[in-house]
Design a protein around this ligand. Structure first.
Ligand code: ADP
Length: 289
């Protein structure tokens, strides 16, 4: 040959087994330039070949499943809205127009139906929001001092009502998706205000620090805390640790936060001790483009 030998090929063993082989060789030539000898090496790359192929197939499958799941969530939640709206409007009508004919027990039952209808509508709206997250994509360099200040203004009624105190440390700038970062702070700060024992006032600290490849933001509270065994599952869609009468909510907020952190090349986690308080940390990659 004119050039060095480097190739891959298959061999089929007598028992039918197929092996993938990589072979490389060096040609030694005499003074006239004629090839006289070849030194080379063959080695078995079957495992590497198979795992690369398996990873590729798996990635394609995942992508397809993910797409199907998104479509399914959208269709399911969208189509569910209609029967639920009908149910809600007719229970309203029954309560309004048949007020005289209904006894107290019937009214009570109807109000349960209505309550569940309203809740179902909220769950579906949340699910649709979750599915929509990430569709609007405009990366911007964000002044996080300003962003957190605005989030606190939006939450000012809740903060005043709870007599809460929120301190904000230096907020490092970051490149990210504005709406989503606003949402993550809004969710985490609202939770910090909400999950507080009735006899305590919220003390919340918002801070940031720079890591090698990420900026880390943290929201600490002095609330009811979370047991370690729940640290992972609170980030799943519709996972809650309390009844809705104890603390309101649908359980999607932290799932939103997780999706947002991951879309920013980061992650989210919690440190907490029951009855002492919780700190939620999330990171945003410094290299988003
Ligand atoms: P929601 O607030 O609607 O219940 P989230 O997804 O925001 O839903 O939170 C999920 C669960 O995690 C909550 O129901 C609560 O049990 C727990 N949790 C979240 N934030 C806090 C916090 N700051 N302190 C204590 N528990 C929390």
């Amino acid at each position: 040959g004119e050039k060095e030998f480097d190739t891959s090929f298959r061999i089929v063993h007598p028992n039918g087994d197929v092996k993938h082989i990589r072979g490389t060789g060096k040609v030694l030539r005499n003074e006239q330039g004629e090839p006289v000898r070849m030194i080379g090496l063959n080695w078995d790359v079957t495992k590497e070949k198979e795992s690369a192929k398996a990873i590729e197939e798996y990635n394609q499958l995942l992508e397809k499943k993910n797409q199907e799941l998104n479509e399914f969530t959208y269709i399911a939640s969208h189509d569910l809205q209609e029967p639920i709206n009908t149910m809600n409007s007719f229970s309203d009508l029954l309560l309004k127009q048949y007020d005289e004919q209904l006894d107290d027990t019937a009214k009570e039952y109807l109000s349960y139906i209505k309550g569940s209808g309203v809740r179902a509508r909220q769950l579906i709206a949340d699910l649709l929001d979750y599915n929509r997250l990430g569709r609007d994509k405009e990366l911007k360099l964000l002044n996080m001092d300003q962003l957190v200040k605005e989030v606190l203004e939006d939450l000012s009624a809740k903060i005043t009502e709870s007599k809460g105190d929120v301190s904000v440390g230096e907020m490092r700038f970051v490149k990210g998706y504005e709406l989503q970062l606003r949402l993550i702070f809004q969710n985490l700060i609202s939770n910090a205000i909400k999950f507080i024992p009735a006899d305590r006032t919220p003390k919340i600290l918002v801070a940031s620090k720079e890591l090698e490849n990420h900026i880390q933001y943290s929201i600490s509270d002095n609330g009811i805390g979370i047991e370690e065994k729940h640290f992972e599952k609170i980030f799943a869609v519709f996972r809650r640790l309390h009844s809705k009468t104890e603390y309101s909510g649908t359980g999607i907020g932290l799932a939103h936060c997780k999706k947002i952190a991951e879309m920013h090349g980061g992650s989210i986690w919690v440190e907490s001790e029951p009855d002492k308080g919780s700190t939620f940390h999330f990171t945003i990659s410094k290299n988003l483009s």
